[in-house]
Design a protein around this ligand. Structure first.
Ligand SMILES: [Zn+2]
Length: 457
């Protein structure tokens, strides 16, 4: 691969642009840091975490209150024991203190800041802020993933994923030159093509046959349905050499289905919009390496104590570089099993498996399977939604969906009616929708939580 030049009359070796040079500088460090020992990585994380804590304590109203027992003077000496005493932040805290979690003084060199909302997930979305630094980190870890899996950036990559409304709709989808900001410095450019995941499986297969990409990324549930369809119809995509997944819990069955249908092993990534890259599959095995330079990840038991190898516990994350809306010891709602050190030699923390959110495909009354998602409600509806700890959508019959919510206070009948209308539009069918309210939905033993559950599949 050649790096594009930013200087006139310069063809070899090339002088990269300022932004490309930043990304290459980060990559140079990531290439080395992955081989540090776990102890060295932990010490480096703590060094960065102290910077974040100092910033949070002095400029973020929420932490001024919640961390009032920590004095600024004590932070330079803060060790792991002290770190683990910092209270855990849950989703509800983040929803209810959205404004108070924003720094009053974001450092100039972290600007500009962009706002967003977590999407496609159940319940009230979390508003998030990205900075110049978090975007650079996002790109750096995207580039690390391309390097880990030896991708050829000059080829075609297909993404079948969530888009709002009619964006990237079948039969054409969408196309862009280059693989995005993380890869655009490398020449020659490949292309990225995208298709809305709401597209019926049969149409997805047609689109892939026509486009014939080398790389494919989608959600595990959607890929498994595609694999099942392609096996049955004996469809093969002749150029395909890698299948990657993201966004949901990936099961052994789904891995097997893809291997049988396409003869390829899945590469899985664990990420979240409000945090960025969390963990990526090891290039030489099926477990995950935490992206420890981006997030400080802890796996803790119900009492908040760190889990040992082989134990499953709550995933608690700290965004090490977000100085606009720092999330410190944030329990994202997923569970993971702590793994033993990896044979590959990387010192990055190992997760044997991530037990996160999973999703069943839903079935339309005409028998077509589809990937269900939550519509974007209006601001008024979000304001009217009581704080929801969890929401689950259950397909009870071909024409009936039950909404199960873990709330302190039930929705009003007016709100239920509005939600019904939004879902009927999103799912393009006048489903009957019923609402039930609960104290808890999670099976804590294995932590598996199905946001979209089908009693038909
Ligand atoms: Zn490894």
């Amino acid at each position: 691969m050649i790096i594009r030049s930013n200087t006139s009359g310069n063809a070899w070796p090339t002088i990269a642009s300022h932004n490309d040079a930043i990304l290459l500088g980060l990559q140079y460090q990531l290439e080395q840091s992955q081989w540090l020992t776990p102890e060295q990585i932990q010490q480096s994380q703590l060094k960065q975490a102290r910077q974040l804590l100092t910033h949070a304590l002095t400029t973020v109203p929420y932490y001024k209150d919640s961390l009032s027992l920590l004095s600024i003077d004590s932070i330079p000496d803060l060790d792991w024991t002290a770190w683990q005493r910092i209270p855990i932040l849950v989703r509800k805290d983040v929803q209810e203190n959205s404004q108070n979690l924003i720094s009053k003084t974001i450092p100039q060199d972290h600007l500009p800041v962009g706002a967003g909302l977590t999407s496609g997930s159940t319940g009230r979305p979390i508003s998030l802020l990205r900075t110049r630094v978090t975007s650079q980190m996002w790109d750096a870890f995207t580039l690390r993933s391309h390097l880990w899996y030896g991708r050829d950036l000059s080829k075609k990559r297909a993404a079948i994923r969530y888009f709002e409304g009619d964006i990237a709709a079948a039969p054409l989808g969408a196309m862009q030159q280059g693989w995005g900001t993380a890869a655009d410095m490398f020449l020659p450019h490949g292309t990225v093509i995208a298709l809305n995941v709401s597209t019926p499986i049969v149409e997805q297969a047609k689109w892939l046959l026509k486009e014939n990409p080398e790389y494919l990324i989608s959600y595990p549930s959607n890929l498994a349905a595609l694999a099942e369809f392609c096996s049955k119809e004996q469809i093969q995509f002749s150029n395909l050499k890698e299948i990657a997944t993201m966004g949901e819990l990936l099961s052994i069955e789904q891995r097997n289905a893809c291997r049988e249908a396409f003869g390829l092993e899945i590469i899985d990534t664990y990420s979240a919009e409000e945090v960025g890259y969390i963990a990526m599959q090891c290039p030489s095995s099926q477990h995950y390496h935490v992206q420890s330079e981006n997030v400080l990840l802890e796996v803790v038991d119900e009492a908040g104590k760190p889990c040992k190898t082989g134990e499953v516990g709550r995933v608690v994350l700290t965004t090490l570089h977000n100085f606009a809306k720092p999330l410190i010891r944030y329990a994202i709602g997923d569970y993971a099993e702590v793994g033993a050190p990896c044979q590959c030699g990387r010192g990055l923390t190992v997760l044997k498996k991530v037990v996160g959110r999973s999703r069943n495909m839903f079935i339309r009354p005409d028998g077509q399977k589809f990937w269900p998602s939550v519509p974007r409600f209006t601001d008024e509806m979000y304001a009217a939604l009581p704080a929801t700890r969890q929401t689950q959508y259950v397909q009870k019959a071909l024409d009936w969906i039950e909404v199960r919510a873990v709330v302190e206070q039930s929705y009003s009948s007016e709100l239920e009616a509005k939600i019904t209308t939004f879902f009927q539009k999103q799912f393009e069918y006048p489903y009957r929708m019923t609402f039930t309210y609960h104290h808890s939905l999670v099976n804590v033993n294995n932590g598996k939580f199905e946001e979209f559950l089908s009693e038909l599949s």
